[in-house]
Design a protein around this ligand. Structure first.
Ligand code: NAD
Length: 470
């Protein structure tokens, strides 16, 4: 599939194969863009700014709604392609499509709500006789750099609010899974002036870096790993940057918790998308009294998951993004076992598949839980009190989301207030998001928020206009 720049298809001398992680078959090829291509995309995005700004909010909103309809019409095709390139079960891909449609709809609605406010200058010294108001003004060109795990919805979380508030966009999709994003940009391009949305494929270290450092790109909206995010923030200079980075989300299970509910939370939180979820349950921190019963039930439910062809609707556990990624998870789990952890179920790799794995006797200093393990692994850390649970939950450089299971109102509030995370859910695992909520982590998990209304705030600047009526 070609890149889309200024409304035209653009290729390159260098091509990269996009492979299905399930069977290694080549799905398509993408061009590897070099710096000149990135430069062209920046020029086209800048050229298109005026034509987008000339459109009324009414028209932008309607056009986004038209894209919603097109995406709905192509829901199954997009889901199939997503499964082929990511290896996630088809039912999960259909959910990603439904969320993508919802995200786009929210942006189409938000396009009509880009409000300013009146400002009472007469409340300040010498301000009497002025009338003043603010406007939210687009930043210009937004570069959207996105990861492989939820490529479509996470990219729409950037493109859609950017266009809703009249920024043009350059998308750098993930190299491993770029196709659904590129196909979606074609749909968008049919509705908007050429150059409003552009795609540049290639290696992040080359084109991504170029977009980040270019003075003609006004904002970087990045979702991906902490390592890349840190590099971007160091290079972006005075540019506005939003960073949605990794997570190491705790699930705190207190002794008065509803165990069945918590077990279900782990199944939906640790194994979704083969554990490749930023807000996945990555550490189960549980009070000793109930840990044995919980572990037994968790093993029973985990063993019901069906690993297999991701295109089959019976499959509930697909592959990881690559065999290399699965090998990395295997090595991390094996190291934890060498240090004293005990596998209760799973622990076996087959190509890019890694079995859903429950691992007990994990301690907080093991690499498995110090770093973000991006695979279908549920590590159990046993603790003796609520205070210890909170302290272990906070003993990490990450702070994306958290889940707490308890039937006690006061324990729930204590955890909610003391756990350092962008979101704390009570009686729900961290792996939950609606696309309108403010989403974004504390600590090294990120800077800024997404969730359409919040993304719009980060993609506009405030201008004050004051009239001297004296
Ligand atoms: P990654 O950081 O390797 O890559 C993300 C994107 O950055 C890709 O498009 C890549 O090509 C590009 N990139 C790489 N080097 C770059 C550079 N030097 N300059 C600019 N761009 C560059 O991440 P990944 O492996 O694709 O995704 C997994 C990570 O993303 C995990 O850590 C996960 O937790 C995180 N993630 C976070 C969220 C969130 O919303 N907080 C959501 C999904 C995934």
């Amino acid at each position: 599939m070609d890149m889309l720049i200024g409304g035209k298809h653009v290729s390159s001398d260098d091509l990269e194969e996009v492979k299905n992680p399930y069977n290694g078959e080549v799905i398509d090829t993408i061009p590897i863009a070099h710096l000149q291509t990135a430069e062209l995309a920046i020029a086209e995005a800048n050229k298109a700014k005026d034509s987008l700004c000339e459109m009324s909010a009414f028209k932008v909103s309607n056009k986004l709604f038209d894209v919603v309809e097109k995406l709905k019409d192509n829901r199954e095709d997009f889901a199939r392609l997503l499964t082929l390139e990511v290896g996630k079960p088809i039912n999960e891909s259909l959910v990603e499509l439904d969320r993508s449609i919802e995200t786009l709809k929210l942006a189409a609605e938000e396009a009509k709500r880009i409000y300013g406010e009146s400002v009472p200058l007469d409340a300040g010294l010498n301000g009497k006789g002025f009338f003043a108001f603010t406007q939210r003004v687009p930043l210009g060109v937004v570069a959207a750099i996105t990861p492989f795990n939820y490529p479509l919805n996470l990219t729409i979380h950037k493109i859609a609010p950017a266009i809703a508030c009249k920024n043009t966009v350059i998308v750098k999709p993930p190299t491993e899974a770029p196709l659904t994003v590129m196909k979606f940009c074609e749909l968008l391009n049919d509705e908007f002036p050429d150059g409003v949305v552009n795609t540049v494929t290639g290696y992040g270290s080359e084109v991504g870096d170029y977009l980040v450092t270019s003075p003609d790109v006004n904002k970087i909206s990045f979702t991906g790993s902490i390592t890349t995010g840190l590099m971007i923030s160091q290079k972006a200079g005075m540019k506005k940057v939003t960073l949605e980075l990794g997570g190491n989300d705790p699930m705190v299970v207190l002794k008065d918790a509803n165990i069945d509910k918590a077990v279900k939370g782990v199944i939906n939180g640790a194994f979704l998308n083969a554990g490749q979820v930023c807000m996945g349950v990555k550490r189960i921190i549980i009070e000793d009294e109930i840990a044995d019963e919980f572990a037994e039930k968790l093993v029973m439910e985990t063993e019901k998951l069906v690993m297999g062809n991701p295109l089959s609707s019976d499959t509930t556990l697909g592959t990881l993004i690559s065999e290399k990624a699965a090998r990395h998870v295997e090595e991390t789990v094996n190291n934890a076992v060498k240090e004293g952890a005990k596998i209760l179920t799973g622990g076996v790799r087959d190509g890019a598949f890694y079995e859903a794995t429950v691992i007990d006797n994990v301690t907080q200093d093991m690499d498995l839980v110090v770093r973000e393990t991006f695979g279908p692994v549920a590590p159990i850390i046993r603790v003796g009190s609520i205070e210890e649970a909170i302290s272990v939950a906070n003993d990490t450089e990450y702070g994306l989301q958290a889940g707490v299971f308890t039937e006690s109102y006061s324990s729930a509030m204590k955890c909610a207030q003391e756990i350092e995370a962008g979101t704390v859910f009570i009686n729900k695992q961290s792996t939950f998001r609606t696309d309108n909520m403010p989403f974004g982590g504390f600590k090294s998990s990120g800077v800024g928020k997404e969730g359409i209304k919040y993304a719009v705030e980060e993609m506009t600047k405030t201008k004050l206009i004051g009239l001297n009526l004296r």
